[in-house]
Design a protein around this ligand. Sequence first.
Ligand code: F6R
Length: 362
Amino acid sequence: DKGGYKHFMAKEIAEQPTVLADALSAYLVGDTINIDQQAIDFTKIDRLTMVACGTAYYACLTAKYWFEKLARLPVEVDVASEFRYREPPILPGTASLFVSQSGETADTLAALRYCKGKADSILSVVNVETSSIARESDVALPIHAGIEIGVASTKAFTCQLNVLLLLAIQAASQRGEMTPEDRSALLSDLRSLPGLFNAALQRDATIEAAAIKISEARDVLFLGRGLMYPLAYEGALKLKEISYIHAEAYASGELKHGPIALIDKTVPVIVMAPHDALFDKTVSNMQEVMARGGKVCLVTNAAGAEVAGEGTWQTVIMPDVDDRLAPLLYAVPAQLLAYHAAVAKGTDVDQPRNLAKSVTVE
Ligand code: F6R
């Protein structure tokens, strides 16, 4: 049942405020995070290895920033198809964490089996609680996204981020890296995120207008820095898989190391950048693009739009949010851009060509 929406993807994007609120209440009782402290003791491990594919991999890349910044825990992230055959050494003191919506992705499951008996503990973050990956883990944390039908993952991504952030906060507290005040403030902001998701969804008309213009492009670049860098990859993946527009993502700082050669007036550059500590650097990257006739679509907040000033092609103004939560909130415009571009192109949004919802063969 599409609940009145044209596509499952549209419904799944729109239900994120409710789904996230439910997912949060499954894990948060006041300021207590409902994850078994004994089962996952971050004081006993020295490093975390995260493995996944596709969108789940981008959730892991985002979480690396959280675990390293908040909990000062070194994290390695790898795509499952590389990890499993590279046979990396797993040192004592390593916890390995596998993220998978379906819980059945062949490469991710094989990577998990490789870590068995080598890693101190095997954790997973899954949507399907009865899945192979959940069953074969020491601890499986459900994301509580509900059934996701659209092949392009949307609500599962934000719910993966939610659980990974809670885990990083838990790790930070256990390792004495986060003050109770900061923890409490961040959790309180997290609780208000469903409301901000609603506000983000209200930008739909502006995002749709930008997406319709973007749908005419053959190639699109996504740029992001820091926590927005993995999201740039996720935005590019969403756009290419459902609209079939060629999209690439780069860390903003990598632009001048090659990709800037691609810039001309036919290549829209989507910059995901809230006004954070790194914003000025991103603005100078944007100016490099604009100086070469590039068309910048800037997704930012009001303060960012003011600093960026004139000259952007399109601007989407997002609600203000704690910098650390921005990847969750900015996932919404990334998803909507892809969705509306695909609708404008008339592609099969829920069943894109050549793709399957669950990739059980490698
Ligand atoms: C993209 C997408 C895929 C999956 C990937 C992993 O929208 O859905 O990239 O994220 O195939 O699938 P799971 O999470 O089921 O392991």
